[in-house]
Design a binder for this molecule. Sequence first.
Ligand code: 4AD
Ligand code: MG
Length: 454
Amino acid sequence: MAALAYISDIARFDGQEVTLQGWLAHKASKGKLHFLQVRDGTGTIQCVVFKGNVDEPTFVKADHLGQESSLRVTGVVKKDTRSKLGFEIDVKGIDVLQEVTGYPISPKPHGVNFLMERRHLWLRSSRQSVILRVRHTVENAIREFFDTRGFTLVDAPIFTPSACEGTSTLFEVPYFDLGTAYLTQSGQLYMEAAAMALGKVYCFGPTFRAEKSKTRRHLTEFWMVEPEVAYLDLDGDMELMEQFVSHLVGRAVEKHEAELRDLLEKAAKQAEDDEDPSGRKPLDPEEHLRVLKNVKAPFPRVTYTEAIERIQKTGHAIKWGDDLGGDEETILGKQFERPVLVHRYPAEMKAFYFKKDPNDPKVALGCDMLAPEGYGEIIGGGQREENLDVLVAELEKHKLPREAFQWYLDLRTYGSVPHAGFGMGVERCVSWICGLHHVRETIPFARMTERITP
Ligand code: 4AD
Ligand code: MG
């Protein structure tokens, strides 16, 4: 019996007979030859069915197989310099598990709504496989970064009694006799408690925002990683951010450079073929890879005030005190080759927990990291208010119910210390690394204002 093999380690089987288990991605025929592109989840390989090498029924069957038919292919592994993989299969036999006709996603381009509606199938495309693999690498690198620096992973709850990031984006859930619970917007407050216990901690899980805005950067359910460190100030926090992102991008490029180049080249080619109504130019593959390879700490830093001046100089009518929206972040991010750290935002527009700058109480000791190439905010974080009275006043100012935060105030009553942390949305980061237009492709099953299926 032939050995079972995965396409990703086909080189080990050079010259041997193997059986592959997979699906038919594409088929072409020419006279006495059928060329089956078979994928097995680890890769795609060309399987050549030559009439002289198989029995008549197998040759006929191969001619009728539709896209995504499930099959086991047995044949000899042969070197083939023309293919990217370097090998092909000389087919001896095919065992069809299910013959498929009418698979809805053909190689021709489809609209994104059509594809999102069929996301459960769209995942099988090579583009989506690359994106999910990059996501996997980024998620592993996140854990690796913190786990090798003495952090403890502490899981935060999903049901929460109160808001963390403003009350306008809360998802409400009826909760037995206790009234209303909310899906978590951030694990931060719980990480602050854990940091007082374990020093350096992080949580990594799904978070929820009832975002009314439909933008290419917003999901209603996304994955956020949130480190929190006791005795850390804003400067230390910014250093942690830049080292963290350098590590993630480094790992992604190290593992996926060829796949990323391929993905970007195909996207650039498709953009040439069909006009994008947004008028958006696709990223140049080599230029994007160059930018990614250049992502090394330290990153440039500008204050919010300097950022406003920079944006004003481009002719934009923004003024001090305005929030930086997606467009403004894009303008600013494009002025730098590396991610930029924008710190000291007006305290007025920030969440209740930010510590104010003792040298200028108008601004908060917070920092956002904006990705280059127009990708905007990927990280938000900063130093927390550690003074009990100031925090109580802030809760009142933000009209947040003190009872729900009593436990949080305890952290400022029993051994309060300076501390800081941040949150990074995995989808925003992966979207930038892969050079995608929209975050929806970076999460296996996107949840957005207008979509909850499949
Ligand atoms: O800036 P945000 O709201 O910060 C917090 O939640 C803090 N409590 C984090 C902390 O300090 N522990 O969100 C942090 C990041 C953003 O920079 C962005 O990457 C991502 O979370 N994010 C979203 N990603 C996708 N869809 C959304 N609707 C997002 N909202 C935030
Ligand atoms: Mg933010």
